[in-house]
Write a protein that binds this ligand. Structure first.
Ligand code: 4FN
Length: 250
């Protein structure tokens, strides 16, 4: 039997931060089953001075420290001497924004996926210019480092790989993987503090439930994230459900 493994690596000055997150739940299981592997490398192992220096003052002045280029170059050259076998991603607020489509693109890439994580104020520009294949941002906010973004991407990509999710947690069925927000979900009890579960969900009429959920997905998307609808291709059935929803709301 052949089970494919997706290889990730992370280069960071805080390897324990990354390893700890991977020790729980679905990613822990994926690692145990060998569906993914994550090699975490300490950037300080690739310094050459006795103090293991990874940062220095910015040329031109200004606040904060800049990560030196040498440790990143030495790490990449030592870990991936055969550069073509690896997709090196720099996590950075200047990168293209991470979406489900980017997650699929990485999941379908047969190469090992490596992440370079920054800390302090910035990474020396020569790393971006000469060392990386891809530059990705997880969104527009200020962070203290690239470790959480690397974990976000490992998480989103891993759950797309065959055998990582159980049969009852398929990655395809969820509305968002098709580009819409989710419909409302309910579980027992049927009545909780005077709040009832929508009657349709108790009816056992699977066709009506499917249509209700489609309508609720479209309603939530229209009200909360209308920009998602501009890239979503509505089927004929969805168009007619959507027209009714818009009429209700107007
Ligand atoms: N962030 C902004 C503008 C200028 C700087 C930052 C910022 C961590 C090393 C980068 C941030 C956000 C999403 C990596 C932010 C990401 C990072 C990310 C990141 C320390 C230098 C820094 C305009 C976005 C608010 C710090 C905007 N996805 N600098 O956060 O690494 O991957």
């Amino acid at each position: 039997m052949v089970a494919l493994q997706k290889k990730f690596s992370v280069v960071t000055i805080f390897p324990e931060m990354v390893k700890n997150y991977l020790g729980f739940s679905i990613l822990k299981r994926a690692l145990e089953k060998g569906r993914i592997s994550v090699a975490v490398h300490n950037l300080r192992d690739f310094t050459t001075d006795t103090h293991k220096t990874v940062d220095d003052y910015p040329y031109g002045g200004g606040p904060g420290m800049v990560m030196k280029p040498e440790p990143f170059f030495r790490a990449v050259e030592a870990i991936w001497p055969e550069r073509r076998s690896c997709r090196i991603i720099m996590l950075s607020p200047r990168g293209r924004v991470f979406t489900q489509n980017v997650a699929s693109e990485i999941a379908e890439d047969d190469r090992e996926t490596a992440f370079l994580c920054g800390r302090y104020e910035a990474i020396d520009e020569r790393v971006r210019e000469y060392l990386i294949d891809d530059e990705i941002s997880i969104g527009d906010y200020i962070l203290t480092g690239g470790e959480l973004p690397a974990l976000v991407i490992i998480d989103a990509v891993s759950r797309l790989l065959p055998g990582v999710l159980g049969d009852d947690q398929s990655s395809e069925d969820e509305s968002f993987s098709k580009g819409l927000l989710d419909y409302p979900h309910f579980t027992r009890p049927e009545e909780f503090r005077n709040m009832r579960v929508p009657k349709i969900l108790l009816s056992g009429n699977h066709e009506e439930i499917r249509k209700w959920r489609k309508g609720e997905s479209l309603r939530a998307t229209l009200q909360r994230r209308p920009e998602l609808l501009s890239t979503y291709k509505l089927s004929d059935e969805e168009k007619s459900i959507f027209d009714k929803i818009k009429e209700e709301l107007s």
